[in-house]
Design a protein around this ligand. Structure first.
Ligand code: IPM
Ligand code: MG
Length: 352
């Protein structure tokens, strides 16, 4: 079982190190870890954010544990050299089109949410975000307008096959959980969204047991914080899912708690090939200070065991240990606590 560990920038190395220690604490036989450079650190060492050797290592692995990319000192580089291109490139090159972002308020930890506790208690949803299309990967550029002003533009497009395959992922997840599915779009304004909605309706015919509804993205943003119980499985495009998953994480209490899995179609000997990363970024303001909450990355490692290695009980062990550590008050600064990265990692391992 080969895992490519790609720590990246900012707090990435600190949080992935704790997740690796949790995996090591489980003493799983046959686990081999490789480490590679991505993001700003890769640009500084190799001149590109996603070096060929990192991509090769990622391709040859059974799963990838990813930290974060982003480095303010790289923000003025040409776009193709910026750290973010590493994660976008990995998603695209590896065909990781299905991004699973579970967001739930841990029982007993409603007080960590900025929402009223009775509302927070009902937040338990899975966001299924399309990850390799949309305005993220369309043509883009800057040009001069007729009046000689500068104009920036990005093309938003979704093809029917792109929508169909992510819709199937979401319908299967909803069917497996016995839940309904909410598809998010902006079909009242955007053609890409109209096509999205039409294709989701077509796919729905194959899942008569899954109740489907559609919601405009602006309304969805409002409902996530006012009536989160309305959502069980939410299907979104790339851009809307990016925004709504940050919103959902804030509603949980912190972006430092939410993991993600990015899956494609490739099956390995053990499960589905995937990339696992916290949904937070590199947090340059607290990088290197041992302050970052590693729980989102630790929970991402649990998702890796579940989806890429078929180890449901080990995944559940990690998740239970994280909730126990939270319940015992091991809160990072993101949750108003004072525990550091190492202390939180240690607390989780002690509860495995
Ligand atoms: C995420 C991040 C990325 C995204 C960035 C780093 C490119 O915000 O994974 O949500 O926008 O997808
Ligand atoms: Mg994001």
């Amino acid at each position: 079982m080969k895992i490519a560990v790609l720590p990246g920038d900012g707090i990435g190395p600190e949080v992935t190190a704790e997740a690796v220690r949790v995996l090591e604490a489980l003493a799983l036989p046959g686990l081999t870890l490789f480490e590679g450079d991505v993001g700003g650190i890769a640009y500084k060492r190799h001149g590109v954010p996603l070096p060929e050797e990192t991509l090769t290592m990622a391709r040859e692995a059974d799963a990838i544990l990813f930290g974060a990319v982003g480095d303010p000192s790289c923000d003025t580089l040409e776009r193709h050299l910026r750290p973010e291109q590493a994660i976008l490139g990995l998603r695209k090159h590896l065909g990781l089109f299905a991004n699973l972002r579970p967001a739930k308020v841990f029982a007993g930890l409603e007080h960590l949410s900025p929402l009223r506790p009775d509302i927070a208690a009902s937040l338990d949803m899975l966001i299924v975000r399309e990850l390799t299309g949309d305005v993220y990967f369309g043509a883009k550029g800057q040009r001069a307008t007729d009046s000689g002003d500068r104009e920036g533009w990005d093309m938003m497009a979704y093809s029917a096959p792109e929508v169909r395959r992510i819709a199937h992922v979401a319908f299967r997840a909803a069917a497996a959980a016995g839940h309904g599915l909410t598809s998010v779009d902006k079909a009242n304004v955007l053609e890409a969204s109209q096509l999205w909605r039409d294709v989701v309706v077509e796919v729905a015919a194959e899942y008569p047991q899954v109740p489907l509804d559609h919601m405009y993205v602006d309304n969805a943003a409002m409902q996530v914080v006012s009536h989160p119980h309305r959502f069980k499985v939410m299907l979104t495009g790339n851009l809307f899912g990016d925004i709504l998953s940050d919103l959902a994480s804030a509603a949980v209490g912190s972006i430092g708690l939410l993991p993600s899995a990015s899956l494609g179609e490739r099956e390995t000997a053990f499960g589905t090939f995937g990339l696992y990363e916290p949904i937070h970024g590199s947090a340059p303001d607290i990088a290197g200070q041992g302050k970052a909450n590693p729980m989102a990355t630790i929970l991402s490692a649990a998702m890796m065991l579940r989806h890429s290695f078929g180890m449901e009980s080990e995944a559940a062990r990690i998740e239970t240990a994280v909730s126990a550590a939270l319940a015992d008050g091991f809160l990072g600064g993101d949750l108003g606590g004072s525990h550091g990265t190492a202390a939180i990692g240690e607390a989780v391992r002690a509860r495995l």
